[in-house]
Design a protein around this ligand. Structure first.
Ligand SMILES: Cc1cc2nc3c(=O)[nH]c(=O)nc-3n(C[C@H](O)[C@H](O)[C@H](O)COP(=O)(O)O)c2cc1C
Length: 190
């Protein structure tokens, strides 16, 4: 495994999944391994603020985030994430926000503020129905800033699919091309 996709939609076969898969396909073309987690299929909660992680840098909650943490920590290949979310009421999905909150386990521990595994690059994938490609640039920037500031993740870029329901990825070769290219960049780290 090498490039890990995170589909923040409750739908495992929706627009966000399709775009994340396209980025992963670009990475796979460069010979790196890929894996995807569909947050909508995982039983996990948001952070419960038990603060157990402050002592251990490990989340104390035993749920479907466990395999996610392990995949991120044990990733021995090119370390990269494709983080996808649909826009829900002008922000990331609840699932993606819960996932982000659970990364709290890597911050503010007695070992330091940045315990997220080192060397990760990421791409951000957004899908939404508003027919205005830059409508949610502020959400993309918010997410990128969080990942950079709290987890020292380098953001290589983003891919956006607007008007997603009316005009899906299968009708948008330009966006599919951008996604493949993004995947190749993640695989190569450039
Ligand atoms: C609860 C909900 C809220 C939504 N809010 C917005 C929104 O604020 N702006 C927008 O452009 N699209 C909005 N949408 C449309 C989705 O973002 C869009 O259809 C997205 O591509 C769905 O991704 P998926 O197929 O991966 O689930 C919303 C959809 C739902 C179900």
């Amino acid at each position: 495994m090498s490039v890990i996709g995170i589909n923040g939609s409750p739908r495992s076969s929706g627009a966000t999944a399709a775009l994340v898969y396209e980025v992963l396909a670009g990475a796979a073309e460069c010979g790196v391994g890929t894996r995807i987690f569909h947050l909508g299929e995982m039983a996990f909660s948001g952070c419960t603020a038990c603060m157990g992680c402050r002592e251990t840098a490990r989340c104390a909650i035993d749920d479907d985030m466990r395999p996610m943490y392990e995949a991120i920590e044990r990733n021995a290949g090119r370390r990269a994430l494709v983080i996808g979310t649909p826009i829900y009421f002008d922000h990331v999905s609840a699932q993606l926000k819960a996932w982000l909150d659970r990364l709290y386990a890597y911050t503010y521990t007695k070992f330091g503020e940045r315990m997220f595994p080192k060397g990760y690059d990421a791409a951000i994938v957004l899908t939404f129905d508003w027919d205005k490609a830059d409508a949610y640039r502020c959400v993309e920037e918010w997410l990128a800033d969080r990942l950079r500031a709290y987890h020292a993740i380098r953001i290589l870029g983003s891919v956006t699919l607007c008007n997603a329901t009316a005009s899906p990825l299968s009708d948008r070769p330009d966006i599919a091309h951008q996604a493949r290219e993004m995947g190749r960049r993640l695989a190569l780290g450039s």
